[in-house]
Design a protein around this ligand. Structure first.
Ligand SMILES: [Zn+2]
Length: 418
């Protein structure tokens, strides 16, 4: 068997890992959003193209699913994922088609390919065994976002497990990940390969205290979020303040979708209750009202690349007692990261100094170095393939030293024998 990195080799973005026996299967087929503040490089990047016979998608984040329709340009083939992953993936891809039209760049697919992709997708549940491209396959709850999965492929007496994005701790919204008993080859995300998160309970407490400061002083907290996963987690985390939260942007639809898939979240009734209390912003007038009245605004996009967060920021930026509160990692080069680093907003279209406070908390949906090492300990693989990280090579070296097993960090385009 062979593994070829089509994307996410020594980088975060456009995850796509091809496994080849007599037939080819790809796990994830994402896209990489280039620096959105630079108009010249707005065009997203996609995996290296190869003909494959089937695809399995780990979860509905664009860097894992955003390129999938491109595989349906020439022919139909089966794709596999959880039910909620398909609905969220379709939502995100429809939006990326709209954004491309607005910004006048071309994507390697259109609505027609998206339709084909949806028609060709088969739903699979966690722990349900299925066959794809001659591989015996199984999905395991990854605890990262609703519907997220680790993927097990079995063939030729070998077990290959791909973590996708994974969280070993439970959150307000989700249970922690489930792992198979063992794997021969472990393909592992490395987002936080060199960082341990602060203790989650303490970090949540600090985060809430910061929000409470705004509530007490009659100012506003703008919390930029990813539509999928983070917006649901955020309203659950701030459950007791649900009736003073305004929810805006694609987060609204993502929350509605997630609430329909009760089996994929920890407490669906509780989530529905919270969502019913939150103020869903429906139009410009309501947005204007929310800007004046609501102490907590949860809106997309998470990195301030666009969406209603940008409107809210413009409104709250001049009062030094208002806050922008980021709840996790900010990708270098994004307007969110730049704001954190420089105190100025710049998305290529507008640029201004932000006088309100800007804070960042570490409430990640990814496991950390300790958690990644624990996964290796539990699965006892013979080989680890480190992917989806900024420093996969150094991480692979550390794994070799720690566990005395083979660990590699293939480049994009590189093929290795399994
Ligand atoms: Zn993800």
């Amino acid at each position: 068997m062979k593994l070829t990195m089509l994307g996410a080799g020594r980088e975060v973005g456009k995850s796509a890992i091809m496994i080849e026996s007599d037939k080819k299967i790809v796990m994830d087929y994402g896209m990489k959003i280039n620096d959105p503040s630079d108009l010249e490089t707005r065009q997203p990047a996609y995996p290296i193209e190869k003909e494959v016979n089937a695809a399995i998608i780990s979860h509905a984040h664009l860097d894992h699913c955003g390129g999938l329709p491109a595989l349906f340009r020439k022919k139909k083939m089966p794709a596999f994922m959880t039910d909620v992953s398909l609905e969220l993936t379709s939502m995100l891809i429809k939006d990326s088609i709209k954004i491309a039209q607005r910004n006048k760049y071309t994507l390697p697919f259109g609505k027609h390919e998206l339709k084909r992709m949806i028609e060709s997708t088969k739903f699979v549940n966690y722990r349900e065994k299925f066959v794809a491209s001659g591989f015996s396959c199984e999905l395991f709850n990854a605890g990262h976002i609703p519907g997220s999965s680790g993927i097990m492929l079995r063939k030729e007496n070998k077990e290959i497990f791909y973590t996708g994005d994974i969280q070993t701790l439970e959150s307000n919204l989700l249970t922690s990940c489930m792992l198979p008993k063992k794997a021969d080859i472990l393909i592992m995300e490395s987002t936080y390969a060199f960082k341990n998160h602060p203790e989650r309970k303490k970090e949540i407490k600090k985060f809430k205290e910061s929000v409470e400061e705004c509530i007490a002083s009659g100012t506003q907290a703008l919390i930029p979020v990813f539509a999928v996963g983070r917006s649901q987690e955020m309203i659950m985390m701030l459950e007791e303040y649900a009736d003073i939260i305004a929810l805006d942007g694609m987060a609204k639809l993502a929350c509605e979708i997630v609430s329909n898939y009760s089996a994929k979240i920890k407490d669906a009734k509780r989530f529905r209750r919270v969502l019913d209390k939150v103020k869903i912003i429906k139009d410009k007038d309501e947005r204007q009202h929310a800007m004046m009245k609501f102490p907590i605004i949860v809106a997309t996009s998470g990195m301030l690349t666009g969406g209603p967060t940008v409107h809210y920021l413009r409104h709250i930026k001049d009062n030094p007692d208002n806050k922008v509160i980021f709840s996790g990692f900010l990708i270098p080069g994004t307007p969110g990261r730049k704001l954190m680093e420089t105190g100025s907003f710049d998305n290529g279209e507008e640029k201004y100094k932000v006088k309100c406070r800007v804070e960042q908390f570490d409430l990640s949906a990814h496991t950390d170095r300790k958690g990644l090492f624990k996964i290796i300990e539990d699965l006892k693989p013979k080989t680890v393939v480190a992917v989806h990280g900024d420093n996969c090579e150094a991480f692979a070296k550390d794994i070799e030293k720690e566990f005395y097993i083979e660990a590699i960090a293939p480049r994009n385009g590189e093929t290795i024998r399994l």
